[in-house]
Design a protein around this ligand. Structure first.
Ligand SMILES: [Zn+2]
Length: 305
């Protein structure tokens, strides 16, 4: 089986190497059989044709099929004399180990070489940006991906709440009640209202926060988020539970809002709370934490003991 996988990897790597559009991402780490034209990683200057003029290559008696090993004798370079005087940088190139076979390596985003893998390929081809300071709040190994995705939209302020739709609403002001929060029916919803100030969300939050066993200075989401922001990098049970709870709460409140809006289905606060509880509980059952008094208390809170 491993042979089959390795064979597939090699075929993909070789096919990528032949592709003009991404050829510069995959280069041959050639030592013994590197020819003079292709890009290789056996020196810092790149292919010799970048250094030496084609006419000088031909004048020295080499053709397009010449290999690097043909320039090495007794583990030393045998550069033609006029090359050394005309291209002094050749004296700075270390003699490669020609006892090794050529191999295909994947050149990563930062120029490092690794074996080919889909992960390495994606990492070198995808756009790269600076690491954001909320990274650990959203993407962590134990996260539930669909919850993390909604949190990501929330942080990027991309959830299509009423305040986002308002610029497109050309109806007379105050003449329609459809743009009201479907939980409290007091005002158009917004991310701030829906997740932080709406009584529906606050009641769920008051019940769920006690299960996190974190000392939360304020009674609303903002204090909780501030606390998570400070400790999100820590891989301890309480922080992981808190991040799971926050993500699940946002996910199910957003889901409930959409169910009411688009399907005319409504669940009570208790039913949404139970959905959050059972989802986080199920996730915790799949996780392993180092045993401690705090972990035992958490298990008790989540009815896992
Ligand atoms: Zn509301």
């Amino acid at each position: 089986m491993n042979n089959v996988i390795d064979d597939m990897k090699n075929k993909v790597a070789q096919s990528v190497a032949k592709s003009d559009s991404v050829y510069d991402k995959c280069i041959l780490l050639s030592e013994s059989n590197a020819d003079l034209k292709k890009e290789h990683a056996w020196n810092d200057y790149g292919p010799l044709v970048n250094i030496i003029a084609s006419r000088d290559i031909r004048r020295a008696g080499f053709n397009g099929n010449a290999t690097v090993s043909s320039l090495i004798a007794n583990n030393s370079w045998s550069w033609p004399d006029f090359w050394c005087s005309k291209y002094p940088m050749l004296n700075n190139i270390a003699v490669p180990d020609i006892s090794k076979h050529d191999c295909i390596r994947w050149r990563g985003f930062e120029g490092d070489f690794t074996d080919f893998s889909v992960r390495a390929a994606w990492d070198s081809l995808r756009p790269h940006g600076p690491i954001v300071n909320w990274y650990n709040d959203v993407w962590f190994p134990q996260c539930i991906p669909r919850h993390a995705f909604v949190i990501w939209l929330l942080i990027k302020e991309k959830l299509k709440t009423h305040d986002h739709l308002k610029p497109w609403d050309n109806r007379p002001q105050g003449g329609d009640s459809s743009l009201l929060c479907l939980f409290c029916k007091r005002q158009p919803d917004s991310q701030l209202h829906l997740f932080f100030t709406c009584p529906f969300a606050l009641q769920i939050w008051c019940r769920i926060k006690a299960l996190c066993l974190l000392h939360i200075p304020s009674n609303d989401w903002s204090g909780f988020i501030s606390l998570i922001y400070l400790v999100a990098h820590r891989h301890v049970a309480r922080v992981i539970v808190a991040k799971l709870v926050f993500a699940a709460s946002v996910y199910f409140i957003w889901q409930e809002r959409n169910n009411r809006y688009f399907q005319n289905k409504a669940r009570s606060e208790d039913q949404v709370f139970q959905a959050i509880f059972s989802t986080v509980c199920l996730k915790l059952m799949s996780l392993k934490f180092k045993d401690s008094v705090m972990v035992q208390r958490l298990k008790s809170q989540w009815q896992l003991a």
